[in-house]
Design a binder for this molecule. Structure first.
Ligand code: SF4
Length: 169
């Protein structure tokens, strides 16, 4: 697995102050994608064990972070590797929330065991491909109207998709 990018502090990919990991690789090929250079699984730097532990240390010792967001690419194409890293994060800092972006729809995502496991570790999943015809720059944390902010805990508890209604950043 490669890491396309890393932002130690951001307020743009979820609520509060978040560290953002951009995981290389995406096969959705959405027309109008904001980051086509991240589609290659070889883009960026190898996410070596050393680099994983370095970022894990940075994140878990940061006193002001509210959480971590996985972006891409699409982290769910590298679900098993991401799961391992997120499990370590969860163990060290259970107070931090985990958000993840994916081009899969949630219902599609959970049919794959490895992707479902990563999904269960998340608090919020922003799902669905980017659809240019549905583009809406006023939406918080997503680019097109078909994408949903899914409250994973509530969705798992009720076995019904529960979305978050955030109207402003
Ligand atoms: S899912 Fe995201 S990264 Fe992948 S092609 Fe679509 S917009 Fe681009």
């Amino acid at each position: 697995m490669n890491l396309y990018g890393y932002i130690p502090e951001s307020v743009n990919e979820g609520t509060g102050l978040r560290a953002v990991l951009f995981i290389s690789g995406c096969r959705h090929a959405c027309p109008g994608c904001f980051s086509p250079d991240s589609w290659s699984f070889r883009a960026g730097e190898p996410f070596t064990e050393e680099r994983q532990q370095q970022i894990l240390h940075e994140v878990t010792t940061h006193p002001l972070l509210d959480g971590v967001t996985l972006c891409g690419g699409d982290p769910f194409f590298s679900a098993a590797e991401c799961t391992s890293w997120v499990q370590q994060l969860r163990a060290a800092r259970p107070d931090l929330t985990v958000w993840a972006y994916t081009g899969f729809e949630y219902e599609e995502l959970i049919t794959d065991p490895a992707r479902a496991e990563l999904a269960r570790l998340c608090d919020v999943i922003i799902d669905g491909r980017y659809v240019e015809a549905e583009r809406d720059v006023s939406l918080p944390f997503r680019g097109s109207r078909n994408q949903r902010l899914i409250d994973v805990r509530a969705t798992l508890a009720t076995r019904t998709i529960v979305t978050m209604q955030l109207s402003m950043r």
